[in-house]
Ligand binder design. Structure first.
Ligand code: 5GP
Ligand code: MN
Length: 334
């Protein structure tokens, strides 16, 4: 962030304001962590912040401090629209294109208050007044930490804010494994632990709260996995019937895609998950090394994301979608 922008934001934050903080639709640990960290920081600085999520967040994030105060746009459109219209400042975190908030986009487009974007995805859209966008970072949470430091407010960091930031860094870095995890990331983590973050408890809350149904669903996804060895690719799928038969609840498929990369020699994987309500197949892509899944998702499946983690969708049947994917992979030089 340049010094002019920081000064302008400091000025905006120098008097108490009504502030809306928005994560992307289907918020993950980084989206929830960054919005809640900022929420607690702004509360501490005498503002009136509200986190408005476009839709519900998964249960495995419901322990996060402040999550009980998050407003869900889809469940309460009138109240949320009013809060957005009355907000004097809008933060959008962990996304960089307004369509990522779904239907809420129509409301956001009409707002006249200044927007501040903090995000680490590629190719930001041009909707924000102040933009802190950098693909070098592994998480938006790491950037929120920096943002607080830029504002000269490092002393405001406390256990609550640190817990939220820690959660997003942990989840978006694959537990500190992904390539964008730097020495600086670890120094920030050290700082957060010194502030009291329960670094042994948080992974348990996030990852060890599975259900029997979820493990059975994981088993089905693993059984459905196909390997295209010559193309160093694997992929799996789950139909709506399969999801239903294991009493799928939101969040159950989180992380399953990563198993496809755990096979030796595989550098590209995908999972195709049918959503009959929305009439789409939602796709998650992951890669290791140079194969750019963001580009692949943008070009072929109306999506995007990062080089090694991206998503997209398909509006044709599962069979046709998988067929299209196989054909594309056969032409890839990986
Ligand atoms: P996931 O596979 O975990 O849903 O998403 C992986 C990454 O891709 C995340 O950073 C997410 O923000 C991005 N992503 C997922 N789905 C979409 C999509 O439909 N469009 C775009 N532009 N990005 C997506
Ligand atoms: Mn993120």
């Amino acid at each position: 962030m340049n010094i002019q922008d920081i000064q302008a934001i400091e000025l905006l934050l120098s008097t108490p304001k009504k502030i809306a903080i928005i994560p992307h639709r289907n918020p993950d640990g980084d989206a929830m962590g960054s919005t809640l960290a900022l929420y607690h920081f702004l509360l501490k600085n005498n503002h009136f912040p509200t986190v408005i999520s476009p839709n519900v967040f998964p249960d495995f994030l419901a322990w996060m401090p402040g999550s009980e105060n998050v407003k869900i746009y889809e469940n309460n459109k009138e109240v949320c629209t009013k809060i957005l219209e009355e907000a004097e400042l809008i933060f959008t975190l962990d996304f960089n294109a307004l369509h990522r908030v779904g239907e809420m986009e129509q409301v956001l487009k009409k707002l006249t208050a200044p927007f501040i974007m903090i995000d680490h995805h590629q190719s930001p859209d041009d909707y924000s007044t102040y933009t802190y966008s950098d693909v070098a970072y592994g998480s938006t949470c790491e950037m929120v930490y920096n943002f607080i430091v830029f504002l000269g407010k490092k002393q405001d960091l406390d256990k609550t804010i640190a817990t939220c930031i820690y959660t997003g860094i942990l989840t978006d870095s694959g537990s500190f494994r992904f390539p964008k995890t730097t020495g600086t990331t670890h120094r920030i983590i050290a700082d957060l632990i010194d502030l009291g973050v329960e670094n042994s408890l948080i992974p348990t809350l996030l990852f060890d709260n599975s259900s029997y149904n979820r493990l059975q669903l994981l088993g089905r996804a693993l059984q459905n996995m196909k390997v295209m060895e010559d193309h160093k690719t694997s992929y799996s799928s789950l139909t709506q019937e399969e999801l239903n038969s294991f009493n799928y609840v939101k969040g159950d498929t989180e992380g399953i895609v990563n198993y496809g990369l755990s096979i030796k020699g595989i550098v590209f994987t995908a999972i195709f998950i049918e959503n009959k309500d929305e009439g789409i197949i939602k796709i998650s892509f992951r890669s290791q090394g140079n194969f750019d899944v963001n580009q692949f998702a943008r070009e072929h499946f109306n999506g995007g994301g990062h080089i090694n983690a991206a998503g997209g969708k398909s509006e044709v049947s599962m069979e046709e979608t998988l067929h299209k994917f196989e054909n594309l992979v056969q032409k890839l030089e990986i």
